[in-house]
Design a protein around this ligand. Structure first.
Ligand SMILES: *[C@@H]1O[C@H](CO)[C@@H](O)[C@H](O)[C@H]1NC(C)=O
Length: 276
């Protein structure tokens, strides 16, 4: 049985590197192209698997070559693909990314099959969802589906971790009451609360506001500044600094893969992020 179940998105990243971005109607010649596996849900699932958790991904890809390759990639990472659906009704989610030599980019995301993950898929996976230790959801699939997954998990006493990304200002209030852990970055925290977040002190303020909306624990990530954590049990904001890392851009055209930088949070309440 999976310990960590992720209900979320998969995207194939198609990255072209050029010296400058094309104007409308213009063709420019690039010097490098690569394909990466992305999507917030899948990235989180792969990371949990690499940290040693037994994982299962609940998502949908197209019946196309990108979809096939995506499933192979899950298998390579020892993620259960029992609930990875393949549909003929939409293409695998794709992100077309163009990066210039200044590192600026333009991105078009076509969610495709991601938007077809629905109640039926959750029902089929009900046993795995309800027996998990942790369920992880984001907002790159239809929000109603994420909300339903959180409801199912919550009703079975499964710990729920919600990452409101990409952020929406008018999030359904139940997202908060159903989240044991709400983890967002500073931009997302600003969108959710309307308050600016520029430092750990601000993050503590938005954290306590988000806590009032019903979550049990809030983590606001702050990049190089680490994160701020606040919980119902311990309502005094706690700043957890991050160790120094060499940051790699996910669209860095000088690397041949698509690395993702994660900041790990050691919770003082060790039960909250334990996978064992
Ligand atoms: C926060 O996450 C969003 C994706 O939801 C991303 O677009 C944004 O750049 C991130 N903000 C920071 C400051 O990292």
């Amino acid at each position: 049985m999976a310990q960590v179940v992720v209900v979320g998105s998969c995207m194939t990243d198609l990255v072209s590197c050029t010296t400058r971005l094309p104007k409308p109607g213009e063709t420019v010649i690039g010097h490098k192209f690569f394909i990466g596996f992305g999507g917030k849900g899948a990235n989180q699932c792969v990371q949990a698997a690499r940290l040693g958790a037994k994982t299962s991904m609940i998502c949908k890809v197209g019946k196309d070559s990108f979809g096939n390759e995506y499933i192979e990639n899950f298998k390579r990472n020892e993620i259960s693909t029992e609930f990875v659906g393949q549909t003929e009704d939409a293409a695998t989610g794709a992100a077309s990314i163009i990066v210039n030599s200044e590192g600026e980019n333009v991105i078009v995301i076509v969610p495709g099959a991601n938007l077809l993950v629905d109640s039926e898929d959750l029902k089929r996976a009900a046993d795995v969802i309800c027996k998990a230790k942790v369920i992880v959801c984001q907002l790159e699939i239809t929000p109603a589906t994420s909300l339903e997954a959180l409801k199912m998990a919550h009703a079975s006493g499964v710990k729920t971790l919600f990452n409101p990304a990409p952020a929406q200002a008018d999030l359904h209030p139940q997202f908060y009451t159903l989240s044991d852990i709400l983890c967002c970055n500073e931009t997302e925290a600003e969108i959710l609360t309307g308050l600016p977040v520029g430092n750990p002190e601000d993050a503590g303020k938005v954290g306590s506001l988000l806590l009032e909306r019903g979550c049990k624990l809030v983590i606001v990530t702050l990049g190089a500044e680490g994160c701020v954590m606040i919980s119902k049990e311990d309502p005094i904001p706690k700043h957890v600094p991050a160790g120094k890392v060499k940051a790699m851009d996910t669209t860095d055209c000088d690397t041949s893969c698509s690395p993702v930088v994660f900041i790990f949070v050691q919770s003082s309440n060790s039960s909250s992020l334990e996978f064992k």
